[in-house]
Design a protein around this ligand. Structure first.
Ligand code: BG6
Length: 289
């Protein structure tokens, strides 16, 4: 398939002879670039740390086992915002090649966490994250394993994809109408979505609950991305707009005009994983170029 994989000390790059390329940092297993014929499809802040000192601002950070700021009184309360998957170094497990493309598997388990994190979330777990590149898609899939023979645990998981767009004023998001969303800019209050095509006109931070599997991002009325989730319940739509100035790692200042986060996950409620069981979910990001 003309596929190749390049490995450095801190990252892995997948390429296809068709012109598609993706780069994954081992830190957080964060996809930091996805290009087709050199056109970048993900937004990455120019001020993002990439050295493992802080979660990456852009690309596809992974959220696990909690989404957002943990709530007091829950089993995740001591963890940092969005959990620990995005701030730990993952292991490269292997690669698979077929006619359609190339994929790599990365792993993170309770054994590789530091004692402090382990004490804050004392569960045995294994995560296997697969990133697959085809000519026009980037597929991300997570397997969560609970090897403990007697205890279950609860988790959130989310693929925090920053899509790169030409102009936020010209985009529309379809597939979320007639759902109820929690508006995090309004304290998490619930609202019905009536717009068939959602426009972004200011700070937007919404959890669309029990969303259908396919969401389309249109630019100037034409599909630019299709985000298809599998085994995941919710879709988060986020654009910080001018409030991005509050984030120290956001650049350029007007970068919010060139991004929208369409994040598929199970976050509105916890997913329970029985003792000895495994769970699987993922996202296909398709670019219409
Ligand atoms: C989104 C949340 O998923 O991530 C937002 O809905 C949050 O509330 C955003 O601001 C970015 O989070 P962080 O921790 O990367 O700054």
């Amino acid at each position: 398939s003309g596929a190749s994989i390049e490995q450095d000390s801190d990252r892995v790059t997948l390429s296809l002879s068709s012109g598609a390329k993706a780069t994954i940092l081992l830190y957080g297993a964060t996809v930091i670039s996805w290009t087709i014929n050199d056109r970048e499809l993900l937004w990455l802040s120019e001020a993002s740390a990439l050295d493992g000192s802080k979660a990456v601002r852009g690309g596809i950070p992974l959220v696990f086992p909690v989404f957002g700021p943990p709530r007091a009184g829950t089993a995740v309360e001591a963890l940092p915002q969005h959990g620990f998957a995005r701030i730990n170094k993952w292991n490269l497990l292997g690669r698979i090649e077929d006619e359609a493309g190339i994929s790599v598997d990365l792993g993170l388990s309770s054994d590789s966490l530091d004692e402090d994190t382990k004490s804050k979330w004392p569960h045995s777990f294994g995560l296997i994250y697969s990133v697959k590149l085809t000519a026009d898609t980037l597929e991300t899939k997570m397997v969560v394993q609970n090897p403990d023979p007697s205890n279950s645990f609860d988790f959130n998981v989310l693929f925090h994809t920053y899509l790169r767009i030409p102009d936020v004023d010209k985009i529309g998001v379809q597939g979320l109408d007639s759902l109820t969303y929690r508006d995090k800019t309004l304290g998490g209050s619930e609202h019905p979505e009536s717009a068939e095509t959602i426009k972004i006109t200011g700070e937007t931070d919404r959890v669309y609950m029990n969303a259908p599997d396919k969401v389309t991002v249109l630019s100037d009325g034409a599909p630019l991305f299709t985000v298809t989730k599998l085994g995941l319940k919710d879709v988060v739509l986020w654009n910080p707009h001018t409030s991005s100035s509050k984030m120290g790692d956001w650049a350029p200042a007007e970068g919010y005009k060139n991004m929208v986060c369409v994040e598929a996950g199970s976050v509105a409620s916890f997913q329970n994983l029985e003792a000895g069981a495994a769970w699987e979910g993922g996202v296909v990001h398709k670019a219409h170029l």
